[in-house]
Ligand binder design. Structure first.
Ligand code: UDP
Length: 237
C-alpha cells in the first residue's frame, strides 16, 4: 500500500537514467520500463508530476568547459530536457497513461507552457504532468526546477530517482565502508555539501517542508517499494 501521507508526488529523474546501458542519449526500451513504473505509481491512486533532467544529452557546464557561452549552453541543456520529456510522454501514452508536457521555455507547437492552474486541472483529470526545461533560466538545474514545481504544485514529496540508492557519508565507489543515511536533515546536506541535489533545490525544499526521497530508479519495482516505505532510500527532511 502506498504511503498514506503521499497524495501528490513529484518524481525527478536524472537524464542519465534514460540512457539505460548506453553512454549517451535515450534508450527507448529503458524509457518504456521507466514508464511502467510511473504508470504503476499513478494506478496506485497518486497524482504524479514528473521532471526529467537533460544530462544524457547536454549539460550547460560541459559546454561552458569547452569554451561555449554558459547561458547559451544552458539553453541547449534546457532543450535536451524537452526531448527527454517528449520521449517519456510517448512511452507513457503507449501504456494508455494520459499526459501533458508543460515547458518553461515556450514551444507552442510542441507542448503547453507552464501554467500552474492548468497543471492542477490535468492532475485532477488523472493525467501525468511532465514539466520540462527546468525553471526556464540558465544557471539553474532541473533539480531546482523539480523543487520549484513540487512547491507550486504542493506535492507531498520530491522523489529523486537516480542511479545511486541514497545519500552516503562518503563516496561508496571509493570507500567500501561508506555508510548510507536513512534520514538526514536539509541543513546537514547543505553544511556538509552532500551530493544529492544542488544547494538551491535543497534550500527550496527545506523552506517549503518538502521531503526529498533519494533512491535508485534502476532496479525494477523500486519506485513502488519507495512509495510503500519499503525501499532502499535516504530521506532528506
Ligand atoms: N538547465 C538550465 N536551467 C534549468 C534547468 C536546466 O539551464 O532550469 C540546463 C543546464 O545546462 C543543465 C541542463 O539543462 O545542465 C540539463 O539539466 P540537468 O543538468 O539538471 O540534468 P540532469 O543532471 O538531471 O540529467
Amino acid at each position: 500500500m502506498t504511503n498514506p501521507s503521499y497524495k501528490r508526488v513529484l518524481l525527478k529523474l536524472s537524464g542519465e537514467v534514460l540512457m539505460g546501458d548506453q553512454q549517451f542519449g535515450i534508450d527507448p526500451k529503458f524509457v518504456a520500463e521507466l514508464a511502467k513504473e510511473v504508470k504503476a505509481a499513478k494506478d496506485s491512486g497518486l497524482e504524479v508530476c514528473l521532471v526529467i533532467g537533460g544530462g544524457n544529452i547536454f549539460r550547460g557546464m560541459a559546454g561552458a568547459a569547452q569554451g561555449m557561452d554558459r547561458a547559451q549552453a544552458d539553453y541547449m541543456g534546457m532543450l535536451a530536457t524537452v526531448m527527454n520529456a517528449l520521449a517519456m510522454q510517448s512511452a507513457l501514452e503507449q501504456l494508455g497513461v494520459h499526459t501533458r508536457v508543460q515547458s518553461a521555455v515556450q514551444m507552442d507547437t510542441v507542448c503547453e507552457p507552464v501554467i500552474r492552474r492548468r497543471a492542477e486541472r490535468h492532475l485532477e483529470k488523472g493525467r501525468v504532468v511532465i514539466f520540462a526545461a527546468g525553471v526556464g533560466s540558465p544557471y539553474f538545474t532541473t533539480d531546482s526546477g523539480a523543487a520549484l514545481r513540487a512547491a507550486e504544485m504542493k506535492c507531498d514529496a520530491l522523489l529523486k530517482g537516480t542511479s545511486v540508492d541514497g545519500i552516503y557519508d562518503s563516496d561508496p565507489k571509493k570507500n567500501p565502508a561508506a555508510k548510507r543515511y536513512q534520514s538526514v536533515s536539509y541543513d546537514k546536506v547543505l553544511a556538509d555539501n552532500l551530493k544529492v541535489m544542488d544547494a538551491a533545490a535543497v534550500a527550496l525544499c527545506r523552506d517549503n517542508a518538502i521531503p526529498i526521497v533519494v533512491f535508485s530508479i534502476r532496479e525494477k519495482g523500486n519506485l513502488a517499494r519507495v512509495l510503500e516505505g519499503q525501499g532502499v532510500q535516504t530521506i532528506v527532511q
